[in-house]
Design a protein around this ligand. Structure first.
Ligand code: PLP
Length: 453
């Protein structure tokens, strides 16, 4: 079979590839072949604006030759050797040194993975193992939140708080307990509380009660995304994380921040921990560490946790690609670009511009409930009725599909919100283009979820 035409590629894809989340009956394929900046081109030559940064990661945009050169040079020099036991490589060491220099104070150690799900598996095991090493062997429970997304492993995946991700995969890992997410727009979750401090009061009370129910001496860690991405870019009140941290510390429970989406500039700081003024025990990162040029993840680990893992037998789990030198070289080139182009400063500026344009052009539409953002994580929550805040039914074809087919702008729906997480190099013109594309479809969207033609 020759794969020289777009139709042949699509046919071969349909015949051969198992896609995540795509039913076999779906005919359409969008086969990307090129990327440059915030633009993508498919096999038919159609152009797209990537307003989601792939899956929330293309910090520096597509097609940067400098990164490709870094990968080439590293492959020609040393493509791979293991990082198990006493073995290491110069690039992984350089990257770990760089990451600990930008991390919150006290997170002085790094454990490498190949992505976010692997990272959360490692973090959950690390938390349990930390307590085990200290003789606190009954600390096995993990606290998480409903609407959380921590990837698809059985550890992190059990902490994921959407039943749909568990269906058909049971039994999930035991000893995981889910709490209410911080989602101030849905004040009904908090007995009608609307003031941010009252929302936090509710959530802290629930946290304290849950800890008392399970028993503080049985809980290893709480895991949470600083801003919940798949849950619909849920931004917590400013005092939420510092107050959660205080409660956990008081009970000897570790805090794992899943920063797979929020790290490396997306919210305007290296880590969202710094944005919220909180120091966790473990930060899980992936995605933006390489802007997606190669798979890579890194856990930043507090020194007091690392101390337990470095003693005697070391940390007894490792992935083959731990500390991969090519991925590390790519990450270093990516961090160079983020620094050189001032993308930490750019994220809140262009994110603020995009937020303001969304408010200007979409806020008046009857199906728009709330527009929220931090830096370059933005959401437009859709409702059938603004007074009751009843969610907009999400019908087929999904709104993002319609927006893409009609305008070439790629956005995504997450839990009744349209979400945007573009490359941090997005221009104002591109931001305007994304907003116009969304408006052109949302202004025809009826409260039933159907589209007026
Ligand atoms: N954690 C969060 C917060 C994520 O958003 C994701 C993926 O979107 C993951 C973990 C899983 O990462 P990966 O898909 O690299 O395994």
């Amino acid at each position: 079979m020759t794969l020289s035409t777009a139709a042949a590629l699509a046919a071969a894809d349909r015949a051969r590839i198992i896609h995540p989340y795509l039913p076999g009956s779906a005919e359409e394929r969008v086969v990307m072949t090129h990327g440059s900046g915030c633009r993508l081109t498919d096999a038919e030559g159609r152009s797209y604006l990537d307003a989601t940064g792939g899956l929330w990661l293309a910090q520096i945009g597509h097609g940067r030759e400098e990164v490709a050169r870094a990968a080439y040079e590293q492959m020609a020099k040393l493509e791979y050797f293991t990082s198990f036991w006493e073995f290491s490589n110069d690039r992984a060491i350089e990257l770990a040194t760089r990451l600990t220099a930008i991390a919150p104070e006290g997170l002085g150690h790094v454990y490498f993975t190949s992505g976010g799900s692997e990272g959360n598996e490692a973090a959950v095991k690390m938390a349990r193992y930390y307590h085990h090493r200290r003789g606190d062997t009954s600390r096995t429970w993990i606290l998480a939140r409903h609407k959380a997304y921590h990837g698809v492993g059985y550890g992190g995946g059990s902490a994921t708080g959407f039943p749909v991700y568990h269906e058909g995969f049971a039994p999930m890992m035991p000893h995981v307990s889910h709490l209410t997410p911080p989602w101030p727009y849905r004040s009904e979750l908090y007995g009608g509380a609307t003031e941010p401090e009252a929302v936090t009061d509710f959530l802290i009370r629930e946290l304290e009660e849950r800890i008392a129910e399970i028993g503080p001496g049985n809980i290893a860690a709480m895991i949470g995304e600083p801003i919940m991405g798949v849950g619909g870019m849920l931004v917590p009140p400013a005092d939420y994380w510092p107050r959660v941290r205080e409660v956990l510390t008081r009970h000897g429970i570790l805090l794992i921040l899943d920063e797979v989406v929020t790290a490396y500039g997306r919210v305007g700081s290296w880590f969202a921990a710094q944005h919220f003024g909180v120091t966790p025990d473990i930060i899980v990162t992936a995605k933006g560490i390489t802007s997606g040029y190669t798979p890579l993840g890194a856990l930043l680990v507090a020194d007091h946790v690392a101390e337990q893992l470095l003693a005697d037998t070391g940390f007894p789990m490792g992935y083959t690609y731990n500390g991969h030198p090519v991925a590390a070289a790519v990450a270093l080139a990516n961090l160079d670009i983020i620094e050189r182009e001032g993308l930490l400063d750019r994220a809140p500026k262009i994110g603020g511009y995009l937020h303001d344009r969304l408010v200007e052009h979409l806020a008046e539409l009857p199906v728009v409930g709330e527009i929220r953002s931090v830096g370059m994580m933005l959401a437009v929550e859709l409702v059938a009725d603004r007074s009751t805040r009843a969610p907009l039914p999400m019908l087929q074809p999904m709104l993002p599909d319609v927006i893409r087919r009609e305008t070439g702008v790629i956005v995504r729906d997450c839990a009744h919100s349209l979400v945007l997480s573009p490359p941090l190099i997005l221009t104002e013109d591109e931001a305007d283009e994304a907003v116009a594309a969304m408006r052109s479809v949302l202004e025809r969207t009826l409260p039933t979820g159907e589209l007026r033609s």
